[in-house]
Design a protein around this ligand. Structure first.
Ligand SMILES: NC(=O)c1ccc[n+]([C@@H]2O[C@H](COP(=O)([O-])OP(=O)(O)OC[C@H]3O[C@@H](n4cnc5c(N)ncnc54)[C@H](OP(=O)(O)O)[C@@H]3O)[C@@H](O)[C@H]2O)c1
Length: 322
């Protein structure tokens, strides 16, 4: 391991819960990596809705971290290895790595330099851009785990609410790959985009999903709340719901019981095998990643405001180099 004594790193912190403008960039010393850690120069992080909700003080991650501020958000990291701990094998200085890091409580990816447990990292394959790799961990694993949980059979009809977002655009492609007929809801500007991914798109501004679709076998809900409750009216009996937003999961499960369908919530789990599969799918062209905007770290407030609109297509990234 080779490192200067105690380097410093710029990182974004949530000093207290509040609007996007509360985010601050601070400089802090960084210890040498522990035996099982790799020190990484951050290149890209992605912004997920959970980062934004936590910053606002909402949801389970905010609840768990309320006594732990200032706290650096970010679970999706791509960077370059600067140093490796003494017991780490498989990584060398200069390797480009990607990881779903510190989930759920530590996070920390919005940083120019950080120490990461080596088991959370993979090398970025040469066949994929650093930006696409950074977009994948949390959103890609959520999409893959949701589609697997849904046990979709070829020929079944699947409705995905919110198909144009970070999780949605990946879930649509994975569901199409199962051989299902995939329907998805989006606004007018995303109708054509959804068609390019192989889904039949429904404009939710024209009428609620329940007035446009019937006889659905599987609902993958990425929106939650009243939108999901309405979409449950599209289901045939015996169908399944996978509801992803944790805040309204109990409400959706209660309604499922009322109408005689099964519903499950889920919390994404780190899984390096699945992440490897996703990276390879992007590399061989069978999965397309859409990146709406890359903001510089200095513009982290704007990046949070964009995700907070709830209308991002694909993913928003932070360029950690400036
Ligand atoms: N449980 C877990 O482990 C887990 C993991 C990941 C994400 N999540 C949650 O899952 C949700 C989706 O995450 P994400 O990263 O995909 O969010 P996102 O990228 O912010 O989603 C944005 C998309 O939502 C669409 N949208 C907004 N309102 C809609 C509506 N009423 N009907 C249909 N589409 C609508 C927008 O499309 P238009 O612009 O066309 O409206 C936009 O493309 C979030 O609540 C997130 O916190 C949970």
């Amino acid at each position: 391991m080779e490192l200067d004594a105690m380097p410093t790193s710029f990182k974004v912190v949530i000093p207290q819960f509040g609007p996007a403008e509360t985010l601050e960039i601070v400089e802090a010393e960084l210890a040498a990596p522990a035996d099982n850690e790799v020190q990484v120069e951050g290149m890209f992080a992605s912004i997920n809705p959970i980062d934004v909700k936590t910053r606002a003080g909402l949801g389970w991650a905010a609840q768990s971290n309320k006594d732990n501020l200032p706290w650096t958000p970010g679970y999706d990291l791509v960077g370059k290895v600067l140093a490796v701990g003494d017991s780490v094998s498989g990584f060398s200085i200069g390797d480009h790595v990607v990881g779903f890091i510190g989930f759920p409580l530590e996070a920390g990816a919005y940083a120019q330099r950080l120490n990461v447990v080596s088991q959370e990292l993979l090398k970025v394959p040469n066949s994929i851009t650093f930006e696409a790799a950074a977009a994948l961990p949390l959103a890609g694993l959520t999409a893959m785990q949701a589609v697997q949980k849904a046990s979709i059979e070829p020929g079944q009809s699947v409705l995905i609410l919110g198909g144009a977002g970070g999780v949605g655009h990946i879930a649509v492609q994975l569901a199409v790959a199962t051989g299902a007929d995939v329907y998805t809801t989006c606004g007018a500007t995303n109708l054509d985009y959804m068609a390019t991914l192989g889904a039949t798109a429904i404009n939710y501004h024209v009428a609620p999903a329940s007035q446009q679709l019937q006889g659905i076998d599987v609902l993958i809900d990425l929106i939650g709340g009243d939108v999901a409750l309405d979409a449950m009216k599209c289901l045939k009996s015996g169908s399944r719901v996978i509801t992803i937003p944790t805040i309204t999961a109990d409400k959706i499960k209660a309604e499922a019981e009322n109408i005689g369908v099964t519903a499950e919530g889920m919390l994404v789990e780190p899984n390096t095998e699945q992440l490897t599969t996703l990276l390879n799918m992007v590399g061989d062209g069978s999965l397309k990643i859409d990146i709406q905007t890359v903001f510089s770290m200095a513009d982290v407030v704007k990046a949070h405001q964009q995700v907070e609109t709830g209308h991002t297509r694909g993913k928003v990234l932070l360029d950690l180099s400036h």
